[in-house]
Ligand binder design. Structure first.
Ligand SMILES: Nc1ncnc2c1ncn2[C@@H]1O[C@H](COP(=O)(O)OP(=O)(O)O)[C@@H](O)[C@H]1O
Ligand SMILES: [Mg+2]
Length: 336
């Protein structure tokens, strides 16, 4: 595929650094993260818990609590404009209109004392300037779109009257109510069972195909997103360790961390003789990162240089980059 024109890119994060200043000192939650998303593209942001996925997403919306958090550097270019230089008023407009975020916990975003209908139609009246009748029709349409059965009647219910999976659907409907150019889904399905997770990802993917919404899906489960994302960004300790188109990442992972994540995902195409593995050890404390590669203490391929220097992101294929000193051929041999 030829390199796409610059205007195809809707979001470009460049060298983002978001730190927290806590009692333990400086915590580098996101430390030099760069990635891009094209119009209508679906991108996964994957990594174990506490590697900076949510903080990077909240940085896009400028929702990092200060104190203790500060975006200390970088650029986040959205539709040609640096969000980090936007005014608070411009950000409010962007949050309601161009970028929507669906959070992990529906209870943090759904108002318990308002009916579902009120919550969605208020957004529509405020941001899309609809009158009462229009907003009602649109609310019902959105609820049907995300698969709420008997939407006309159920719209008058309160959030607690829905199951967890249905609450997540309502959140997605709310996210879509502003017709965003970019939808960020932060582990929206984690608390749900696998079938419901798949249904929701399917719904989000249908909506993307229908409306051309770009989607960033955040998850710690590489297995879950495989079918739904065009490209995967793998994060470790606040940085990108590997990025590739989904097929390439699965067929030819070239960072030991990605290999570890893949080995711990149940796969249908691999016989069960090989038992699932977990990556040994734990992610590092981000306020006490070792010098050199943060994954090195857990890595089977670590060499002396890994303790001293941080490996730069190097190109290993079309749209495929990785940050690792281990020889490509050595990693490939291991996977045979
Ligand atoms: N408000 C906060 N105050 C202090 N530390 C925070 C805050 N929010 C996040 N962090 C820290 O930033 C790091 C990255 O967190 P997060 O982005 O939530 O991880 P995840 O990849 O699981 O989404 C973690 O070490 C977390 O403890
Ligand atoms: Mg998170």
């Amino acid at each position: 595929m030829a390199t796409l024109a610059k205007d195809e890119i809707i979001l470009e994060m460049k060298n983002l650094r978001t730190y927290f200043y806590t009692q333990e000192g400086e915590l580098k939650a996101v430390d030099g993260l760069s990635y891009y998303v094209r119009k209508g593209e679906s991108v996964g942001l994957v990594g174990e818990s506490a590697c900076g996925k949510s903080v990077s997403a909240l940085s896009i919306l400028r929702l990092i609590p200060y104190p203790p958090g500060i975006i200390v550097g970088g650029e986040i270019i959205f539709q040609g404009k640096d969000l980090l230089k936007s005014t608070e008023e411009e950000m409010r407009h962007i949050r309601g209109n161009s970028i929507a975020m669906v959070f992990q916990e529906p209870t943090t975003s759904l108002n318990p004392v308002l009916t579902v209908r009120r919550q969605i139609s208020e957004t529509l009246e405020l941001h899309r300037h609809m009158n009462k009748e229009e907003s009602f029709q649109e609310t019902i349409r959105l609820l049907k779109l995300v698969g709420i059965p008997d939407a006309e009647r159920r719209a008058n219910d309160y959030p607690f009257q829905f199951s967890g999976g249905m609450q997540q659907r309502i959140m997605i409907a709310m996210g879509l109510s502003c017709n965003p150019a970019l939808l960020i889904c932060d582990e929206p399905t984690t608390a749900l069972d696998v079938t419901v997770q798949a249904q929701l990802l399917e719904i989000i993917d249908d909506l993307r195909a229908k409306f051309g919404t770009a989607v960033i899906t955040i998850t710690h489960n590489l297995g879950i997103v495989a079918r739904y994302v065009d490209r995967v960004n793998v994060m470790y300790a606040g940085r990108m360790v590997e990025t590739a188109r989904t097929e390439d990442l699965y067929a030819n992972p070239l960072h030991p961390y990605t290999m570890g994540l893949l080995a711990s995902v149940p796969r249908l195409d691999v016989s069960r003789k090989k038992s699932l593995r977990v990556i040994k050890g734990l992610p590092p404390n981000l306020s006490r990162l070792p010098p050199g590669c943060a994954f090195q203490p857990r890595c089977d391929y670590a060499m002396p240089i890994c303790e001293k220097e941080y490996p730069p992101l190097e190109k290993v294929g079309e749209e495929h980059y990785r940050a690792c000193f281990a020889e490509v051929s050595k990693l490939q041999k291991q996977q045979k």
